[in-house]
Ligand binder design. Structure first.
Ligand SMILES: NC(=O)c1ccc[n+]([C@@H]2O[C@H](COP(=O)([O-])OP(=O)(O)OC[C@H]3O[C@@H](n4cnc5c(N)ncnc54)[C@H](OP(=O)(O)O)[C@@H]3O)[C@@H](O)[C@H]2O)c1
Length: 208
């Protein structure tokens, strides 16, 4: 699959490595420009290129948005419209600035990104520390395989992302719609950054 990444920091670069290791082709972008990503791209060792965010959006059959939430209005909305977008972003008011709609719980960060981009957004890879993505991939059936909660309003999009998570060495656990998952696996929730098996994650998400 062709995967575009908007954001090439801890999560973006780690996912890019996992994706190229499992045979996908990636295009990475950040806010400072492709020239600042040459070293990272060269280190991936798989099919990878450095591009602008708009080019990453155009490139991807699937596009990962992995930037500080507070900057989501800088996303290339036109290029993302209708695309399958994986949103790893979390809302941290001290980093992102206060968002009254999130503070009063009237919506979720992923729904706001979906509304802004008109993409088919799936929330995933937001509740696992980047170093566990780097170090804790395990084959299917391994008792130490970690769960990754997944939520979204488009079932087909969610199943594509679930397959990608399995390939990268983790176990997807369905947390429902974006409105549900955006609350059940956000910062402060019980599954957030916890190192859980699929069964443990299911129980906590069901109880949330
Ligand atoms: N770190 C974790 O363990 C972790 C785990 C799960 C989820 N998350 C969430 O995932 C997101 C990314 O986290 P991170 O730790 O990878 O952040 P990070 O290391 O700070 O990297 C952020 C990346 O976003 C890029 N960026 C910022 N604004 C952009 C824009 N307008 N257009 C394109 N790229 C832009 C930055 O590029 P420049 O450097 O060029 O500005 C950088 O490559 C955050 O929302 C975070 O809360 C983090």
């Amino acid at each position: 699959m062709r995967i575009g990444l908007i954001g090439a920091g801890h999560i973006g670069s780690t996912l890019a490595r996992r994706f190229t290791d499992t045979g996908h082709e990636v295009a990475l972008s950040n806010s400072r420009g492709p020239e600042t990503l040459q070293e990272l791209v060269a280190s991936l060792g798989g099919p990878a290129r450095a591009v602008t965010p708009e080019e990453a959006a155009d490139f991807g059959d699937l596009v990962v948005v992995t930037i500080p939430y507070g900057r989501y209005r800088e996303l290339p909305a036109g290029a993302l419209r209708g695309k399958l977008v994986v949103d790893t972003c979390n809302y941290y008011p001290q980093r992102d600035g206060a968002d009254p709609e999130l503070d009063d719980d009237s919506t979720t960060s992923s729904e706001k990104i979906q509304d802004f981009t008109e993409a088919r957004v799936v929330k995933a890879f937001n509740a696992i520390y980047w170093y566990n993505l780097r170090d804790r991939a395990r084959p299917s059936g391994d008792p130490d395989r970690l769960a990754i909660p997944v939520s979204g309003d488009d079932e087909e999009a969610k199943s594509v992302v679930a397959a990608l998570i399995r390939e990268t060495g983790f176990e997807p656990v369905d947390a429902g719609s974006l409105a549900q998952g955006g609350r059940k696996h956000q910062p402060g929730s019980r599954v957030y950054t916890a190192e859980l098996s699929a069964d443990e994650a299911h129980s906590l998400l069901d109880a949330a």
